[in-house]
Design a protein around this ligand. Structure first.
Ligand code: URA
Length: 424
């Protein structure tokens, strides 16, 4: 097979054959197809798209590039959730133990943050002692003892995607629905979960800025999961404003623990419970309402077991940033807009995120929101607190927030928290 023929075929808008797709993914994983050739093909795919058959073939080829996990030895159904990423999206933290407390096993492979969105592993690593890297046997042991495990995907899982995702990140080819859908679903199908709920974020703080694009991504991923035998459903949810009141690693862990203790901001609680119900339904489990498991402490028990089983101390004091700064309401009125992207970018500049994969994050850095869109505020009232390890970071964070929030006489229209449900 000739790689240039494959690139030219897609460049000229043709459908790739199954044999071409299988060969190019395998040859790229083995290093036979060079990065510059794969970059050209990724750009051709971004510009000319792929049809359902090509996307399914691409996904299966990436799955075959590595191992496929198998949880069939477990005596309960498995369920997982994947979010396409947003600002303040800490939902995995309360959700995984909550669903475990309701009777499913939750084996979740998560990632680190890059750019303005945070990563689940960075958040959990702010808990002293907690370990993200587990062997498959350790993963199984944590699942058996706690019902849920959240850890880093090992190098054996969809290695073709690992290589391709890093390449897309530096070649302007991330924003392609066929490439995003196959990237996410190859990992989730290889992870071996029996059912999957996708949280596809929509708005300024998300990959997908419009409901139409998010719907197309959701439909593509639901079809891929269903065809692979994974019961898959997707929710389109709001990311025009941040989720909850905490943005930043340790700050988000604290907020998640509040939710597990029966409190926490209503949007985080509502979305956690809604996603838990979807996961239990997809897994075929009935009988326990997730809202009760938050109230009766069983989800918190599951969280403590999960954190402890991965070396973390659930009672440890979490890291705090050394410096804080308050942003006040410029006038009295309604907080109309609080832009998710601006808040995410500001938190990133405060040190909560990283610019390159190998950069460290500051666990204590981030933003606490004292008002959410729709709230009445008075002039001079604190709108948010910025947290950073060095005061020099505040100026650039304030610049990111400029124009990112608006106080006025009336509120502004917001996306509903759950916009739409997409099924096969
Ligand atoms: N997350 C992934 O895993 N892959 C993408 O392509 C985009 C987001």
């Amino acid at each position: 097979m000739d790689v240039i023929e494959v690139i030219v075929a897609k460049r000229d808008g043709h459908e790739l054959t199954a044999a071409q797709i299988d060969w190019v993914i395998d040859a790229y994983t083995r290093g036979e197809v060079a990065d510059e050739q794969m970059s050209a093909l990724a750009m051709a795919i971004l510009l000319n798209g792929m049809n359902r058959r090509e996307i399914a073939g691409w996904t299966q080829a990436m799955i075959r590039s590595g191992e496929r996990m198998d949880w069939s030895a477990l005596d309960r159904p498995t369920a997982d959730k994947h979010s396409t990423g947003g600002v303040g999206d800490k939902i995995t933290l309360p959700l995984a133990p909550l669903v475990a407390a309701c009777g499913a096993y939750v084996p979740q492979l998560s990632g680190r943050g890059l750019g303005h969105t945070g990563g689940t592993l960075d958040k959990l690593e702010s808990i002293p002692g907690w370990r993200a890297s587990l062997s498959n046997d350790e993963m199984l042991a944590v699942l058996r003892s706690a019902g849920a495990v959240v850890c880093a995907a090992g190098s054996g899982l969809a290695p073709a995607d690992k290589k391709l995702y890093a390449l897309r990140d530096v070649t302007g080819t991330v924003e392609s629905i066929p490439l995003i859908a196959s990237s996410i679903m190859s990992k989730k199908i290889a992870e071996g979960t029996g059912s999957l709920v996708l949280d596809v974020k929509v708005g300024s703080g998300a990959f997908m800025k419009t409901v139409e694009r998010a719907r197309e991504l959701a439909e593509t991923m639901v079809a891929l999961g269903t065809d692979a035998g994974v019961r898959t459903v997707a929710l389109l949810t709001a990311m025009d404003r941040p989720l909850g009141r905490a943005v930043g690693n340790a700050l988000e862990v604290e907020e998640s623990v509040e939710v597990l203790a029966g409190g926490g901001p209503s949007d985080v609680v509502d979305l956690t419970v809604r996603l838990a119900r979807e996961m239990l339904e997809a897994a075929g489990i009935s009988g326990k309402d997730p809202a009760d498991a938050l109230r009766d402490g069983s989800a918190m028990d599951s969280w403590r077991r999960m954190i402890g089983a991965q070396g973390g101390d659930p009672d440890a004091v979490l890291p705090r940033a050394a410096e804080t700064m308050t942003v006040e309401a410029p006038l009295s009125g309604v907080l109309g807009r609080l832009d998710a992207y601006a808040v995410g970018l500001a938190a990133w500049r405060l040190g909560a995120g990283r610019a390159r994969k190998e950069d460290p994050v500051s666990f204590g850095a981030g933003i606490t929101l004292h008002a959410k869109p729709g709230d009445l505020v008075r002039e001079g009232q604190p709108l948010m607190t910025l947290h950073a390890d060095e005061t020099v970071r505040f100026e650039r964070a304030l610049a990111a927030l400029e124009g990112g929030y608006e106080v006025g006489p009336t509120g502004q229209e917001l996306l509903p928290l759950v916009i739409e449900r997409v099924t096969a």
